[in-house]
Every structure is written in C-alpha cells, then in structure tokens.
Design a binder for this molecule. Structure first.
Ligand code: PEP
Ligand code: MN
Length: 457
C-alpha cells in the first residue's frame, strides 16, 4: 500500500480547540499578576485594539516557508534577545534592519536563493527565566521577565508584574512595525541603493572589502539585467519583512488571536511567525495547546533533552496534516552537544517523511559566564555549532533551511571572538543587553559569509 498523500488531507481548526483552551493546561513561565481585575480589563482592551499584522501577510509567509522547506529559499531570522521599551528608537530599529539587509544581500549573492527575512522584533518583550525569584543581599523579588511584564531594576515596585505593560508593548510593537513598513515601502531595501544600509559608526571593518565586492557584484548583475530587459527591474526596491517573537505571555497572545472576514480559522495577528521557547514546549503544556489551533506558521525551539519520540509527537500535534510551511523546528543544542543530539532527531523526522523547516539557532546552547561575570557567547562556539549543523544535515539527508540569531546593529561587545577578536576584558566596553548577549554587526556579517561558504562547499 502506498503512503497516504498528506497534501490531500484537509487542514482545519481542531474541533476541541478555542483561543482560550490553553487555560485548562499548565502554563509555564507566566507572571503572577497581583490584581486579576486589572488583568481582565487589559485583556478586554487588547482584544479590541487593531492587530499588528494581517492574515494575507501570514499566509504569504507560510508559502515562503514552504518553499524554504523545499530548498528554494533560505530563512534569516534575527534580532534582539529581548526588545525593551526604551530601545523603541528610530536609529536602533533602522540599524537592526540594516544589518539584516546586509546579511541577506550576502546570502542572496552567495546562495543564489531568495531569502525569507524575519525579524525578532515588534513584540519580543516576554522572556522565560530559569528561576521565578531572584535573590540579592537576602531580598527576594520576582525575576525580570521582559518589558511586557515588569522592569529590570531590582526594586519591589519595578519587579511587580503590571498588566498595563502589555498595552504599552502592543503600542511599541505597532510603532516598530509602522516604521519598518514605512522604510521598506519608501525604498530602504532597494537593491539599487545598498549604501542606505551602511552603519554610520562602522569605520574600517575587517570584513568590509569582501562585503563591498559582493555589493559591487550584485550591482553589476542588476544593471546587466536592466540593460538586457530595457527597463528597471521590479521587486528590487521592495523586500518582504516579516516579524516573529516568542509567544510566551499567553493572555497577550490570546487577546490578539482573531478571526478575519473571508478566512476560516484563527490567526495570531500580533506577529506573522510566533515560536514556542524551549522551556514551554511540553506536549501537555498550555503553549503547545494554544499554538496547535493557529493558522500562522509556527516554530518550536528544540533543545538537547528532546527525544526523537517526543519530537515526533510534537510534530503530530502541531502539524497533523503535514501542511507545507506550517512548522519550523529551531534546534539549539550547543557546540559540544550538537553532534550527539541532532542526528537522531533528523533521522526520526526523515524516516517518517514529515515536512518541517529546519532552522539552526547557534546562540542559545552556547551561553556561558565569562571570567568577569558577564553572560557571553564565544563566536567560535556559535560558528562551530552552525558549521556542524550544516554537516550533520548533509549527512542525514535533511536540509538546514535557515538560521536564527540574536544580533543588533549597535556597536556592542557582548559575544567574544569574531573578526575583531573581542576578549572577556572587552565585554565591559559596550555591554547593553538586559538578557542574552547578541552578535554585533561584524560578527553577524561574518556568520552570513560563513553560511555561504558552508552551503556552497
Ligand atoms: C530566546 O530565543 O531568547 C530563548 C530564550 O531561547 P530558548 O527558548 O531556545 O532558550
Ligand atoms: Mn535569548
């Protein structure tokens, strides 16, 4: 008997699912709000505010992700570990966009593939923490869980979860989206003008010659095509930019989960591409329950403790009909564990013939404390995990279709190593992240160049 053709299975909202059905499951990593009435008021307000994205954008991303699954595109997903309300500033937003556009130029040029660009922004305001409480000098306060929930200062008032912050976060996300959309519509991503993406603060960078060579080659190709076709190439002045965040704070996500005219089912309209974090990916948990009923493409972070059996059950729950473009698996094993932990997962998915987009997050398995106490990541480990991931996929007969990075367009010193060989002692020069260390501009560009080298080798 031949295998069932999964394309023929109908995709529909599970009959026992509602946007609130997660509430009957254990919800990990949620704040405890002191005033239930205030929370209910905020949920009601949020559920009436306009959404941040549209269903047709979500469906067009799903189509692009389906193409990435088939090797026809490569996905670049990146941004801050945690956005902060204070960083909702024009230069910070546009610099992050510039880095992503430069990286995507490197990838398009080197891979000869269109790139799906997804920012970790416009809603990346809630963070999972390893402990609910933080203790300092005999005082215990709730941990900082991201600007959606509380403030980082170690004071009782700052750490008390305040539901009004969700409304402020929704507004900041809308401002970020609005600015990104306006820049892109205004021609900021135009391949005729890669100089728009130069970062003011970058002097001579060790990688700039290689980058400028690529810019020149792309410029030549564009002019050549325009010469032979006799007209300006369309679509070069626009680039689709999608948003993503960890959909951790379920009251917020539920309030933005909507039905839209002339579409069936439910969309999370706070972002195009929500993901489930490693700490909330339990099969019985509230997050998996919430995600399974959405029409958005969704991703799950997969850490080293996930077994092939657990992974296959997750795939079944989140994509029962094997819908193309629906499910991405973001593995984040760490440089020392990836060779052991990844291959059994790749084999299981391949054996069952399931359709997923594999993405490597080489950041989160490589976090460590530097000798001087800074939370950091060594560039060599990030690079090592990514290189190994390409090789392990090739050996398993699967395809690494994307990369997930924490990066910024600011001149920070948060990860050590890279082209400028930052050391532990350099970390204090410009360490700005309130949560995880990000790649700076040069380190980000170096990763893009590395992907090209690995994919074409
Ligand atoms: C993150 O992406 O910032 C994060 C917390 O990742 P993970 O869930 O993989 O640990
Ligand atoms: Mn992080």
């Amino acid at each position: 008997m031949s295998a069932p053709d999964r394309n023929l299975q109908t995709v529909s909202t599970p009959g026992d699912w509602t946007p609130a059905s997660w509430r009957s499951r254990p919800a990990a990593q949620q704040p405890v709000y002191p005033d239930a009435g205030a929370l209910a008021e905020v949920e009601d307000e949020l559920s009436r505010l306009p959404p941040l994205v549209t269903s047709w954008e979500i469906l067009s991303l799903k189509k692009q992700l389906a193409e990435a699954q088939e090797g026809k595109r490569f996905l670049l997903q990146g941004g801050d570990c945690a956005e902060s309300f204070a960083d909702c500033e024009s230069a910070l937003v546009s610099n992050r966009l510039k880095v992503l556009l430069q990286m995507s130029l490197v990838l398009v040029h080197g891979l000869r593939l269109p790139v799906v660009r997804v920012g970790r922004f416009a809603g990346q305001y809630a963070k999972p923490r390893s402990a609910d409480m933080e203790e300092k000098d005999g005082v215990a306060l709730p941990s900082y869980r991201g600007d959606f929930i509380n403030r980082p200062e170690f004071e009782a008032a700052a750490r008390t979860p305040d539901p009004r912050r969700m409304v402020k976060g929704h507004a900041r996300s809308a401002m970020t989206m609005n600015f990104v959309r306006a820049l892109i519509d205004g021609g900021f991503a135009d391949l005729h003008h890669p100089e728009y993406w130069d970062l003011g603060w970058v002097g001579h960078s060790p990688l700039s010659e290689e980058y400028q060579r690529m810019v020149a080659a792309v410029g030549d190709a564009v002019r050549f095509m325009e010469t032979i076709s006799g007209e300006a190439l369309h679509n070069l002045n626009r680039a689709d930019f999608y948003t993503s965040h960890e959909a951790l704070l379920l009251p917020y996500e539920q309030a933005l989960t909507r039905q839209v005219p002339r579409q069936w089912g439910w969309f999370n309209l706070s972002t195009h591409f929500p993901w489930i974090g490693m700490r909330t990916a339990s099969l019985e948990g509230a997050h998996v329950e919430y995600f399974r009923g959405l029409r958005n493409p969704v991703a799950v972070k997969i850490g080293p403790s996930v077994t092939p059996d657990q992974l296959m059950r997750l795939v079944d729950v989140l994509n029962p009909a094997d819908e193309p473009g629906r499910l991405a698996l973001i593995h984040r094993m760490g440089a020392t564990q990836v060779a052991d932990k990844l291959p059994p997962l790749l084999d299981a998915v391949r054996r069952e013939g399931r359709r997923v987009l594999w993405i490597c997050d080489p950041m989160h398995g490589n976090t460590e404390s530097a000798s001087n106490g800074f939370k950091t990541r060594r560039f060599a480990n990030i690079r090592g995990e990514l290189e190994a991931a390409f090789e392990l996929h090739a050996a398993a007969g699967t395809r690494l279709g994307g990369v997930h990075l924490e990066l910024t367009g600011e001149n920070v010193t948060e990860c050590t190593g890279g082209a400028r060989e930052l050391t532990d002692a350099d970390l204090s020069l410009a360490y700005r992240s309130t949560v995880d260390p990000r790649l700076n501009y040069e380190q980000s560009l170096e990763i893009a160049m590395l992907i090209v080298r690995k994919q074409s080798s």
